[in-house]
Design a protein around this ligand. Structure first.
Ligand code: SAM
Length: 484
């Protein structure tokens, strides 16, 4: 398994490969004359493509003759070739097609040895290898960074390079359908990849499978992306949908059939591609939602609290932490994420202790880093915060109670999910990991003191002018996530 993981070799359930192929071919006016899987493994996508082409075959080059694969592992490539030979034999016997040889190249698809394949394919499909940058050798990392630099940033992944490379393999106007981790939709390290895709390709469809586990448990949540290599129209509408936790089956059987049913049932909306660019590609934020947000014109949390830190202690200080019984009496309790509750800070009497800070912290709101929904509390003073708490510094002490109450409201919980639902949102993780880069983007309308108390929920709903039909959706979405 470790070797397979290092090579990013995890094979796709047949039904899911079939769905990706079908959605890719649906964007094309004619069946492709040449289709490539640039990391074909033992051939799951190529067999799915063979099935689809066979159904539409009316003569001409036999289905297998239209298929090409690239695979670095000679054993997987040989297995793929065998399987496709059997497919060709069936076409010969059952369709009367002429004998065909599969074209499976044993090569590194990202290297110059495959440059000849550039611009040759009407369609590219597959499930490219996922290998995080820190698992690549320094030499590979440097070579890929030099080759695909404009597409990469931060902690990039090998599949980012495969997306870039596959666009090179396509003819202008050709279509691509990939299954990848959904991380690229929202993650900061994929900002350049998103910008490149949004400006060089027309995105037909993105389906986020965050609520499904199509593979084994070691694999991150996935997304399907279908796009065409052409300059996008400014008004081009992308189809977006998501299979959320609790909506599909948590542990579908390995053949993936239930995955296909869950994807077919997921509600579809559209978003104008020009709105996306390098911004997070939230598939839960379609055009009407984004227009409403624009009209709201609210300042962002990052403007209200320009200083947002993970905890207020340096690592060296954290090492000095002592149990309450051993700490000097003037040391302060250390706050952990779980001590931040919507009802206020709840630091246990026996909490570990840290020395008081060199400088007083000033007014602030504390936010738990991992929780089923946003949880915030005003700082009551006299506490130190560990890294599981975001500290939001305020210039005005009078704002703390209002801001904490606002962040605890259903409307803000829902806004965070719609805009930045996390790749951590999966059947395995009942919690979100909130991220400061996303928290900073939340639109903030601070409630006045007169709105605090039992009327707060109504005040927030009115102030944010939440469309009534959306409000019903808010409550059911939050209830479903809590039940996960
Ligand atoms: C995630 S698997 C997917 C295989 C197949 N597309 C499927 O879904 O069943 C990725 C495959 O890419 C291959 N691979 C990894 N790096 C490669 C490279 N640079 N060029 C070609 N193939 C590569 C691995 O050996 C592995 O078989």
């Amino acid at each position: 398994m470790a070797a397979r993981k290092a090579a990013g070799a995890v094979y796709t359930p047949d039904a899911l490969a079939g769905l990706v192929v079908a959605r890719t071919l649906a964007t094309m006016p004619d069946p492709p004359a040449a289709l490539l899987d640039p990391a074909c493994g033992t051939g799951h996508f190529l067999v799915a493509a063979w099935r689809a082409l066979r159904q539409r075959w009316t003569g001409g080059p036999p289905p297998v003759a239209r298929l090409s694969g690239i695979e670095r592992d000679p054993a997987a490539a040989a297995a793929c070739r065998e399987t496709l030979l059997a497919c060709a034999e069936r076409d010969r016997v059952e369709l009367g097609a002429r004998p065909a040889k599969p074209r499976i190249l044993v090569a590194d698809a990202l290297s110059h040895e495959c440059d000849e394949q550039e611009g040759r394919f009407d369609a590219v499909v597959g499930n490219p290898p996922y290998v995080r940058i820190d698992r690549l050798t320094p030499a590979d990392r440097a070579a890929l960074a030099a080759r695909f630099g404009p597409w990469l940033a931060g902690k990039w992944d090998l599949y980012h390079c495969f997306l870039a490379r596959s666009l090179e393999f396509l003819k202008p106007g050709g279509s691509l359908g990939f299954l990848t981790p959904n991380q690229y939709l929202l993650g900061r390290s994929a900002a350049r990849l998103r910008e490149q895709l949004a400006t060089t390709a027309e995105i037909a469809e993105v389906v986020d499978l965050c609520g499904l586990e199509p593979f084994d448990r070691a694999i991150p949540p996935a997304a399907i992306t279908v796009l065409s290599r052409r300059r996008p129209d400014p008004g081009h509408a992308v189809r977006i949908s998501a299979v959320l936790p609790g909506q599909g089956r948590d542990a579908p059987p390995p053949d993936g059939r239930d995955v296909v049913a869950a994807i077919a049932e997921a509600p579809v909306a559209t978003v104008t591609q020009a709105r996306w660019q390098a911004r997070p590609w939230s598939v839960l934020a379609p055009d009407p939602f984004l227009s409403w947000l624009d009209r709201l014109g609210a300042p962002r949390l990052g403007d209200v609290c320009p200083r947002m830190t993970e905890g207020d202690t340096r690592r060296a200080e954290e090492k000095a932490i002592l149990p309450a019984a051993l700490a000097p009496p003037d040391w302060w309790p250390a706050v952990r994420g779980r001590d931040v509750t919507a009802a206020g800070l709840a630091v246990p009497a026996g909490a570990d202790r840290l020395p008081p800070p060199a400088r007083p912290a000033g007014p602030r709101v504390l936010v738990r880093d991992v929780a089923p929904r946003l949880v915030a509390a005003p700082d009551t003073g006299g506490v130190r915060c560990l890294r599981t708490v975001y500290c939001l510094a305020l210039s005005d002490a009078g704002q703390a109670a209002g801001l904490a109450a606002l962040l605890n409201s259903d409307v803000l919980a829902w806004l965070y999910i719609r805009l930045f639902y996390s790749s951590k949102m999966s059947p395995r993780a009942a919690n979100f990991r909130f991220q400061s880069q996303f928290l900073a983007e939340l639109p903030i309308l601070l409630p006045p003191p007169s709105a605090m108390g039992s009327g707060l929920a109504a005040w927030v709903r009115d102030a944010y002018r939440v469309p009534p039909d959306e409000y019903a959706g808010i409550r059911s979405l939050l209830a479903r996530l809590r039940a996960v």
